[in-house]
Design a protein around this ligand. Structure first.
Ligand code: SF4
Length: 69
């Protein structure tokens, strides 16, 4: 049996949501901030789909991924 120790664990949706705009503007395919957070956490959504995400918010979310949380 093989194990992959290099796979980065995605942060939980609620952690990603903390740094999204939380205004539910509906301009991304997910239509709400929590829905997009869940999609990103489950690896089938992209942060670039958020048209309101600031560079600072993006940096904080990317930090979550680099921490392997
Ligand atoms: S585009 Fe961004 S701010 Fe608007 S609902 Fe989607 S995640 Fe939230």
């Amino acid at each position: 049996m093989l194990f992959c120790y290099n796979k980065v664990m995605a942060p939980a949706a609620h952690e990603i949501y903390r740094f999204l705009p939380k205004i539910d503007c509906g301009q991304c395919p997910a239509k709400s901030c929590m829905a997009l957070a869940k999609e990103v956490a489950e690896d089938h959504g992209k942060l670039s789909e958020c048209v309101r995400l600031t560079p600072y918010g993006l940096m904080l979310i990317e930090g979550l991924f680099s921490q392997g949380r």
